[in-house]
Write a protein that binds this ligand. Structure first.
Ligand SMILES: NC(=O)c1ccc[n+]([C@@H]2O[C@H](COP(=O)([O-])OP(=O)(O)OC[C@H]3O[C@@H](n4cnc5c(N)ncnc54)[C@H](O)[C@@H]3O)[C@@H](O)[C@H]2O)c1
Length: 469
């Protein structure tokens, strides 16, 4: 088949490349000329494991090409995929303007009937609105059917997710469109069909429901972690005890610095907004969002108190090392990442942040360019992990990349600044991945999230740190 994918981001590039690897001829469009130039040269503008080799292989084969707009030769494509961004508007609603722009471009160029597959995450009713939008703009005799096919890939494992999907959701009105998508995805389901076929509105809601449900688990565990700080319970034990119930399951039960990334924050907000529009308050989504905000505040206060003590001294002159800047391992994405929020908080209060990340350093600095413009030198990145720790007053682990999992704590201790008499330097494990005993053995203090602190006393903020704001 000849397929056009609009949007060369995490979703569009993986989808287009994956489809070309299945033997289709694919054109990927992006309105950013710099991205297209890089891709045409065989370079990948994002970090996604395994994607680069796949892009180059299919490009060499002539099955995968890139452009900034759909050329006339592709006017008779069999299907057009829309994989553009749908960021949050200030009121929380998903901004679908790029989806409609892409739909207009497709309607204008299409020379024969085809399907338009919306992979972007869009509010319920958007596919119907896009259908109405397209119907008014196509050539006579050309029928484009809009189909919802939300994407469930996980950044960092996206290539694997494309070729081994847990489920493929298709929301289509006609049998013809359902048949077309079933045929397109058949090679990914040789070991058993994983299609969930429904109408476009249900399909659109499935995506928001899935992401909000996952975010809800994270927020609940984060709230419990704060309760652990207040009561002396240990979140590790709580997680094990709760997750051993097969009705609950062990996944997505980790407390940490709060969820971030390009999907959970905006999708929870978009579901909340959708509920408001329809007069059905999404109270759990609201609480999920609120708990996430509070977890960010909690983390900031915990780190601040660790550095200044209970007396609430100043952060001026303090240096904090960050290990991990991406919102999760194996990606360079820092959209809504906890690292960005914490760095902003600390830098605005006079501290200096020195960050290290295997991939996300440049995006981190870009996301905080307003802070570094106001306070030059307040946020920097380094290429080597231990260089971030050199002379710092504390180390905060924010993303559990493999390379941070078993650090040399003696080296960390050697590199950290020596605090005032009687105190040991402190490491803050916001992902709860280190063994406190190993940290302690190196002469450091340990602070995790929802686990008892070890070493000399580290001040613990009240369970609701908002009281301090
Ligand atoms: N990133 C994820 O992990 C993920 C997972 C599942 C679903 N989604 C959803 O998929 C969609 C895309 O997400 P993403 O992370 O790939 O976004 P992204 O921001 O990485 O990429 C979007 C790309 O679309 C391009 N673009 C925007 N408007 C365009 C237009 N009119 N014509 C051509 N190109 C255009 C942009 O330049 C950008 O390169 C969003 O709705 C998102 O919620 C994302």
């Amino acid at each position: 088949m000849r397929l056009v994918v609009v949007g060369a981001g995490y979703v569009g590039l993986v989808t287009g490349t994956g489809l070309s690897d299945l033997g289709h001829e694919v054109l990927v469009i992006d309105r950013e000329p710099s991205k297209v130039e890089q891709l045409a040269a065989g370079n990948i503008p994002i970090y996604e494991p395994g994607l680069g080799d796949l892009v180059r292989r299919n490009k060499r084969n002539g099955r995968l090409t890139f452009a900034t707009e759909i050329p006339q030769e592709w006017a008779a494509a069999d299907a057009f995929f829309i994989a553009v961004g749908t960021p949050a508007s200030p009121d929380g609603a998903a901004d679908t303007s790029a989806v409609f722009d892409a739909a207009s471009a497709i309607a204008k160029i299409a020379l024969r009937s085809a399907i338009v597959v919306v992979k972007s995450t869009v509010p319920v009713g958007t596919c119907d609105a896009v259908q109405a939008h397209i119907d008014g703009g196509t050539r006579q005799g050309v029928e484009l059917e809009v189909v919802s096919n939300p994407e469930f890939l996980k950044e960092g494992d996206a290539v694997n997710d494309f070729f081994r999907p847990e489920r493929i959701v298709v929301g289509a009105r006609s049998e013809g469109a359902r048949r077309a998508l079933r045929a397109l995805y058949a090679p990914l389901q040789l070991s058993g069909e994983r299609l969930v076929i429904t109408d476009p509105r249900s399909s659109e809601l499935i995506k928001y429901a899935a992401n909000t449900m996952l975010a809800m688990r994270v927020s609940f565990m984060n709230e419990l972690s704060r309760l652990c700080h207040a009561t002396g319970a240990d979140i590790h034990a709580v997680r094990l005890g709760v997750g051993s119930d097969s009705r609950i399951g062990k996944k997505f039960l980790y407390s940490g610095p709060g969820y971030g990334g390009s999907c959970f924050p905006k999708d929870v907000q978009a579901l909340l907004h959708l509920g408001k529009v329809h007069g059905i308050p999404m109270r759990l989504a609201e609480a999920t969002h609120q708990a996430n905000e509070e977890q960010g505040d909690f983390l900031a206060h915990l780190v601040e108190r660790m550095l200044t003590g209970t007396s609430g001294g100043s952060l001026a002159g303090k240096t904090v090392a960050f290990w991990g800047l991406a919102f999760k391992p194996e990606t360079d994405d820092v959209r809504d990442a906890p690292s960005v929020r914490l760095a902003r908080h600390l830098a605005m209060r006079g501290a200096r942040v020195v960050g290290h990340d295997p991939e996300a350093g440049p995006n981190f600095l870009r996301a905080l360019s307003d802070v570094t413009a106001a306070r030059p030198g307040s946020i920097v990145t380094v290429d080597k992990d231990y260089d971030a720790v050199e002379g710092a007053d504390a180390l905060v682990l924010l993303t559990e990349w493999r390379s941070y999992r078993a650090p040399n704590f003696a080296e960390v201790k050697k590199r950290l600044a020596t605090p005032q008499a009687g105190q040991s330097p402190v490491v803050f494990d916001a992902r709860n991945i280190w063994r406190p005993s190993e940290v302690l053995a190196a002469g450091l203090r340990y602070q995790g999230i929802g686990v008892p602190s070890t070493g000399s006393t580290v001040a613990t903020p009240p369970a609701s740190s908002r009281a301090l704001s």
